[in-house]
Design a protein around this ligand. Structure first.
Ligand code: GDD
Ligand code: MN
Length: 381
């Protein structure tokens, strides 16, 4: 019988009942139908003799991945699946997968066989013998490699790796890695502060842990993808910047708000551009030109925010987008009225200078727009 009344010290080797897994392997999937069975087989071979479970976290794949996973789970006791609807994101998928488990050690590996599952036992050993809280599969340490990546992707990755030093002091040669293993206490010490932005869950954990984690790395060679396609696109870079911003100043201002303000700033250029065109074309009434430019800027802001700021809750489909655009314009119109009203009030009744009155009006408008659109336009389900 396990004594449950006394919590085990953080790093003591836990005592597990007969069938309880010692290692939970989390596998995020999005359209990986052709890969999940091969991966499961490979993990079973690699971890033969260990007590482990595999938890797939699928974000509503459209290619039949879930049918493949359902079949696998029916066949094998140690395979499970979490199905998420209405949300996308590697980092949150992995986090929720980890939270659904109780094993003392947790590993994360991609579904597409690009990570080398054969190093999982080494990772587990380093954790179990208390030589590390976090073990990272690294492409950049001696013995590792980036496989057949082209020069551009290699350069982006190495720049991102250098930028990571801004937010964590942990000595990780490959902080972008999506392949790692961690002890449960180390994971819990970070989980409440995770930013959840984008792809970089490992970096997020390392930067969010209460105390610096003891990190070890094991080399592996990044394989090329056999089936399916990469979900990493240009927007990943934007998400990565948001993660950096969030970890740097997120405790003061939310990264999403910074993104929203930045895009609002771009909207000013759209507005002035449109205005100048209409004036050049001889638009007879300035009022109409200004109104049209405002509308265009709002439409621009809506679509860019929908793609960048709210990528994880992105509105898709004609109806959802139309509804979103409509509420966005409505909210921003109220914001504009509040902006003008408050600026005028401060200017005329409190004798603020034009500069501070104008700025205060903008600040109120922006905060309102951000807060209200996050509720009415991009409400989370
Ligand atoms: N649940 C879920 N939701 N899974 C996702 C999502 C998502 O939104 N996006 C991607 N995945 C899954 C994929 O199905 C795959 O199993 C894994 O996450 C990695 O996605 P890939 O699309 O294969 O990424 P990659 O190979 O380009 O990038 C890999 O290498 C990077 C190193 O620079 C990943 O391991 C990254 O985490 C890693 O940073
Ligand atoms: Mn991949």
């Amino acid at each position: 019988m396990t004594d449950v009344s006394r919590p085990a010290p953080a790093h003591a080797a836990p005592r597990l009942a007969g069938g309880a897994p010692e290692l939970s392997v989390i596998v995020p999937t999005f359209n990986e139908r052709e890969n999940v069975r091969a991966l499961t087989d490979a993990i079973e071979v690699a971890l033969a003799g260990h007590r482990f479970e595999i938890v797939f976290v699928d974000d509503d794949s459209t290619d039949g991945t879930r049918d493949a996973l359902t079949a696998l789970a029916a066949e094998r006791d140690h395979v499970r699946m979490i199905h998420r609807i209405g949300r996308r994101g590697l980092a949150t998928a992995v986090t929720e997968g980890m939270l659904s488990t109780t094993a003392p050690y947790i590993a994360v590996i991609d579904a597409d066989l690009q990570h080398d599952e054969r190093v999982l036992p080494d990772m587990l050993d380093l954790l179990r013998t208390d030589q590390a809280d976090l073990v990272v599969g690294s492409r950049y340490t001696a013995g590792g490699g980036i496989g057949d990546w082209d020069a551009k992707r290699a350069r982006v990755s190495s720049t991102a790796t250098r930028l990571a030093k801004l937010i964590t002091s942990a000595d990780i040669t490959d902080p972008m890695s999506g392949f790692f293993a961690i002890t449960r206490p180390a994971f819990y010490s970070a989980v409440r502060d995770l930013s959840g932005q984008g792809y970089k869950i490992l970096l997020d954990i390392a930067a969010s842990a209460e105390q610096p984690l003891r990190v070890r790395e094991v080399p592996y060679e990044f394989r090329s993808r056999q089936a399916g396609t990469s979900k990493l696109d240009a927007l990943i870079i934007w998400e990565y910047l948001l993660l950096l911003v969030d970890k740097l100043v997120g405790h003061i201002v939310p990264a999403r708000f910074i993104s929203f303000m930045f895009i609002g700033g771009l909207g000013v250029f759209v507005h002035m551009g449109a205005l100048s065109v209409m004036v050049a074309l001889g638009q007879p009434r300035f009022l109409w030109a200004q109104a049209t430019a405002t509308l265009l800027a709002m439409i621009f802001n809506f679509f860019v925010n929908n793609t960048l700021t709210y990528r994880d809750r992105r509105l898709k489909g004609f109806l959802a987008v139309t509804r979103g655009l409509f509420t966005f314009i409505l909210v921003c119109s109220v914001g504009a009225i509040a902006n003008v009203g408050i600026a005028d009030y401060l200017f005329s009744d409190f004798h603020y200078g034009w500069f501070s009155a104008g700025l205060a009006g903008i600040a109120v408008g922006v905060v309102w727009n951000y807060a209200a659109t996050s509720v009415f336009t991009w409400r989370s389900r």
